[in-house]
Design a protein around this ligand. Structure first.
Ligand code: CA
Length: 153
């Protein structure tokens, strides 16, 4: 075997994402399975905004979770984890994972795309759904009307 030690970190995953407020930095919480190699001393998370190109690294010590802070809201990020041993030899990277941080999940009943639910009322007398948007605007949508869809856009 060559001098280069080949050990891998497996089963890498983004466990959770946090922060949805615009103008605040986002974060990503990562978790992975421990390396099965002997003598593992810790892990290093490497990440960047382009696949395969990691511009930052964080040594998280001998833990299998990490929260990466101060990420740019709405930006995609790509992560790998490398284990290192007690001789500070760094192993091969894990499989790359990616996520877009700080983007809120879809909200039920949001017709305007602002991540806040909108109130809807159906008026049977004219077959129209009226939507009071979270921004205060009201629109009506009649079933069967061409080019109008009572759903998120
Ligand atoms: Ca809305």
């Amino acid at each position: 075997m060559s001098a280069r030690t080949l050990f891998r970190t497996c089963c890498f995953a983004v466990a959770a994402l946090a922060t949805t407020a615009v103008a605040q930095a986002a974060s990503a919480t990562l978790a992975w399975d421990a390396s099965i190699e002997p003598g593992i001393a810790g892990y290093r998370v490497e990440y960047g905004t382009q696949p395969g190109y990691y511009t930052a690294a964080v040594d998280v010590g001998n833990r299998t979770t990490a929260q990466i802070l101060n990420l740019t809201n709405g930006s995609p990020y790509y992560f790998v984890v490398r284990a290192y041993n007690t001789s500070r030899v760094v192993g091969e990277p894990s499989v790359e994972i990616s996520t877009r941080v700080g983007v809120a999940a879809a909200v039920a009943g949001d017709f305007s795309g602002d991540y806040m639910s909108d109130i809807t009322v159906f008026r049977p007398s004219n077959g129209t759904w009226y939507i009071k948007h979270s921004n205060g605007r009201t629109t009506g949508v009649a079933w069967g009307e061409q080019r109008r869809h009572p759903g998120p856009r």
